[in-house]
Design a protein around this ligand. Structure first.
Ligand SMILES: [Zn+2]
Length: 100
């Protein structure tokens, strides 16, 4: 695959996720659709989503979970910086250590 295509696909995913997060509160149906499209780009072009995009999808039920709406994000207070993301749809929580 040409690097240019990869770059465009990544940009499109980023825009779709940004819009999905913005629309989650006002138009949940549209936001689900935008998130779905972003995931489809990732599958079609075999591009792994960067972490900041992947974190809006539940690892367990694969739903789009908008931060603060369908999911709860908590920053750990320990010396090791970590975040915990809980999915409000299936209740799954996962933890991610933030590398410095
Ligand atoms: Zn879930």
């Amino acid at each position: 695959m040409k690097p240019a295509i990869r770059k465009i696909a990544l940009e499109r995913m980023q825009i779709l996720i940004d819009n999905a997060i913005t629309n989650a509160r006002i138009d949940p149906e549209l936001s689900q659709r935008q998130a779905f499209l972003a995931r489809r780009i990732s599958t079609r072009y075999k591009i792994r989503m960067p972490f900041d995009l992947r974190m809006v999808f539940c690892k367990k039920c694969k739903s789009f979970i908008a931060p603060g709406i369908n999911s709860r994000i908590r920053i750990g207070r320990a010396s090791i910086k970590s975040i915990r993301i809980s999915c409000n749809l299936c209740g799954h929580t996962y933890r991610k250590i933030i590398p410095k």
